[in-house]
Design a protein around this ligand. Structure first.
Ligand code: GAF
Length: 382
């Protein structure tokens, strides 16, 4: 059964009535620009076909009743009982009601049925998809008239202030604002966006995603310590954010930090921002070999300077490159999850097989692999 039908069915079973509508919000893969969003920098994700689906209907008694099709679990609470927590899957939904009400929007209760095929903990924004699909639904159902970027910000506030993960805006912006066939270039300071055409198949190329199945959690300390390092480096350098540090003369400028770890963290962010700008230019010029080079350089920087990769993603990148990929890098917060490889359509199967073979040699489980096509952002299905 498709997920839109699955949530329809689950909603009807829970309530005995039809939902008022069904919404979808996608996961994302980040083409390039990692850990730059909370440094006021640049990112370039695209939306995936994998998405969260929600059937929803209003309630006038302040009750929130949610069924998760994937987990076979039901959860019930009230608007009055909502308080920041990280006690499970339903926090990402309860937090959206909370964030909207904190921002002054008049939302009542709701019945909700949720299903998602975005892999959890794979660096593909499964939590943002859940937050964003509910923001979409409540915006429509309660006629809130919230503009798309503000919807993304409210979803991010759920993650930051309710669930307690200190993430940037990239994932919620991608899930909300991406359009089919495009990558989203986002300036995380000005919030300007550009839809950059990403028709790789027209050039005989594809993005192969290798999910190493190594799992991470944003709520853990590593993400927060990276963020704190960046903020400290910016303070010491006397700039509002690392976005404000120029690539030219970087080595001399960073030497003044007097701390090797902070130098490496800041170097990753400053050079990664430049790589996003260069990657955007490469895409506009259809220069895919250059895009590939930048992706690989991004991975090396995450591995050596930001120190957020681990053995399985490093191995997947190495094997992809050794088998003809133009470029490859880990995507997402780090410490496992997915690698994306830019490769000729003819090489995609060979690369997937080679990674699977090398993983087996190293005693790892077979990775999950798929070709990612840029899909549409969040919206109402019916
Ligand atoms: C996670 C966060 F949610 C994003 O905001 C971003 O910082 C990303 O890690 C790293 O680029 O997905």
């Amino acid at each position: 059964m498709t997920l839109d039908l699955a949530v329809l069915d689950a909603y009807q079973t829970m309530t005995g009535a039809a939902p008022e509508g069904i919404w979808r919000a996608p996961g994302r893969i980040n083409l390039i620009g990692e850990h730059t969003d909370y440094n006021d920098g640049f990112v370039m994700p695209f939306a995936l076909p994998q998405a969260a689906y929600l059937a929803a209907g209003r309630r006038d008694d302040g009750v929130i009743r949610i069924v998760s099709v994937d987990l076979g679990e039901q959860f019930e609470t009230t608007l009055g009982a909502l308080a920041p927590n990280n006690d499970g899957w339903h926090a990402y939904l309860g937090g959206v009601f909370w964030a909207l009400r904190e921002a002054g929007y008049q939302v009542g209760g709701a019945d909700l049925a949720l299903a998602s095929d975005v892999p959890i903990g794979a660096g593909l924004s499964s939590s943002a998809a859940i937050e964003c699909v509910l923001v979409e639904a409540l915006n429509d159902l309660y006629d809130l008239g919230i503009a798309p970027m503000d919807r993304a910000k409210l979803a991010r506030r759920t993650e930051n202030a309710y669930v307690g993960a200190p993430t940037g805006l990239m994932d919620q912006a991608a899930s909300t604002l991406c359009t089919e066939g495009h990558a989203l270039f986002l300036d995380c300071r000005s919030l300007e966006v550009e839809q950059v055409p990403l028709d790789l198949a027209a050039h005989g190329q594809a993005i192969l995603v290798v999910d190493t199945l190594t799992r991470h959690s944003h709520a853990d300390g590593e993400y927060a310590t990276r963020r704190a390092d960046c903020e400290q480096a910016a303070r010491l350098l006397g700039v509002p954010a690392l976005r404000d540090v120029a690539v030219d003369g970087l080595a001399e400028r960073l030497a003044s930090l007097g701390d090797e770890r902070l130098v490496r963290r800041a170097r990753h962010v400053v050079t990664e921002d430049q790589r996003v700008l260069d990657a955007c230019a490469a895409l506009r010029a259809d220069d895919l070999p250059r895009l590939g080079e930048l992706m690989t350089a991004s991975h090396v920087s995450m591995r050596d300077d930001y120190e957020i990769t681990e053995e399985s993603v490093d191995q997947a990148v190495e094997v992809a490159l050794a088998n003809g990929a133009l470029g490859a890098r880990m995507t997402g917060g780090g410490f496992g999850g997915c690698v994306l490889a830019l490769a000729s359509l003819d090489d995609v199967d060979t690369i997937a097989e080679a990674v699977t073979r090398e993983f087996a040699r190293s005693g790892r489980d077979a990775p999950a692999t798929f070709v990612a096509r840029p899909a549409a952002g969040a919206g109402r299905l019916s």
